[in-house]
Write a protein that binds this ligand. Structure first.
Ligand SMILES: Nc1ncnc2c1ncn2[C@@H]1O[C@H](COP(=O)(O)OP(=O)(O)OP(=O)(O)O)[C@@H](O)[C@H]1O
Length: 303
């Protein structure tokens, strides 16, 4: 397989506190996976708050240096000191952030963002070429330049604004998007439309998406493969349906049980989840001596 992205034994440690109470946080610990160049997919990173998802995403985007391991995009390290190399890399790997209202300045018209992206990455100078690039990207997300031209962020819904953010990311025609919790700030009624859009980008335009979430339901619906992270470590990874239909690691089971117990609210059905929490914490305390073991269905589980 020729790899689009290769993440190999990647770790990130942060030093916390002063000289005395100095502490090390292992935000990400020995994470490995690869995304093929010729097989677009939605690869999901799932885990609760603090499990290291965003740190991993920032390292893939070249915004943070790994403390150990390596990340290669088409065989080249993702960290570039040189501005031109950085720009070339960013044209290929584009981020979509959680909160579209934070991503756009409320006093700036949204089409300006698309314009500057087209100038920056495509080197487009004349008005017709810039507008064609903007409209092409907006059409991919179900909008058009005519619909959003001249409008300010508050004149669009959260769902529309997130579509514009995705259109902006698509302008350089990147083969890979890194979408960090792209639907968590979007109104529940509009969430599926964004999730379906990510699927359409994969199916119709061959874009791979690293989808970062703590939401099992959308992860199940959208993912080809996934990794489940707990405190910086992968506890289970593999084909999404196989893993989520029948999770093996206690933490994966706990995530699934938490979704079910939320549906079951009031039914007093928390005991199994409490037991799983105990199992999961037991495993975590022995994590240093653990390793990922391969299963017949293609998944790998930390044992
Ligand atoms: N710059 C930093 N300095 C120190 N610690 C950090 C830094 N960034 C992240 N961490 C720590 O690393 C761990 C992983 O954080 P990270 O933000 O990657 O998790 P996450 O899964 O994305 O959580 P969330 O869903 O809340 O964003 C946490 O314990 C966090 O406090």
């Amino acid at each position: 397989m020729s790899a689009l992205l290769e993440v190999a034994d990647v770790g990130k440690r942060f030093q916390m506190g002063g000289i005395l109470g100095r502490q090390e946080v292992r935000a990400v610990d020995e994470v490995s996976f690869a995304i093929a160049a010729d097989k677009p997919e939605i690869f999901t990173i799932i885990g609760e708050s603090g499990s290291g998802k965003t740190t991993l995403a920032r390292m893939i985007l070249g915004l943070e240096r790994p403390s150990s391991g390596r990340i290669l995009f088409r065989g080249e390290p993702v960290h570039h000191e040189n501005k031109a190399d950085r720009l070339k890399f960013m044209a290929n790997v584009q981020p979509v952030f959680q909160n579209p209202f934070e991503a756009f300045n409320p006093l700036k018209r949204v089409d300006r963002y698309l314009q500057s992206t087209a100038r920056r990455y495509l080197g487009a100078r004349d008005k017709a070429a810039i507008e064609a690039a903007m409209d092409g990207a907006l059409q991919k997300v179900g909008l058009s330049l005519a619909e959003i031209a001249g409008r300010f962020p508050h004149e669009l819904s959260g769902g529309q604004l997130q579509r514009v953010a995705i259109a902006r990311a698509l302008i350089p025609n990147p083969p890979l998007l890194i979408a960090d919790e792209p639907v968590s700030m979007v109104d529940a009624s509009l969430r599926m439309a964004i999730v379906n859009l990510l699927k359409a980008l994969r199916d119709d335009f061959g874009v791979s998406v690293i989808y970062i979430t703590h939401d099992l339901a959308t992860a199940y619906y959208i993912s080809d493969r996934l990794i489940i992270m707990q405190k910086g470590r992968v506890v289970e990874m593999g084909p999404a349906r196989a893993v989520l239909d029948n999770p093996e690691h206690p933490y994966s089971q706990l995530l699934k049980a938490s979704v079910l117990s939320a549906d079951d609210a009031g039914a007093g059905n928390l005991k199994p989840a409490n037991e799983l929490l105990q199992f999961s914490n037991d495993r975590l305390s022995r994590a240093d001596a653990s390793r990922l073991e391969e299963r017949a269905d293609g998944r790998r589980v930390r044992v």
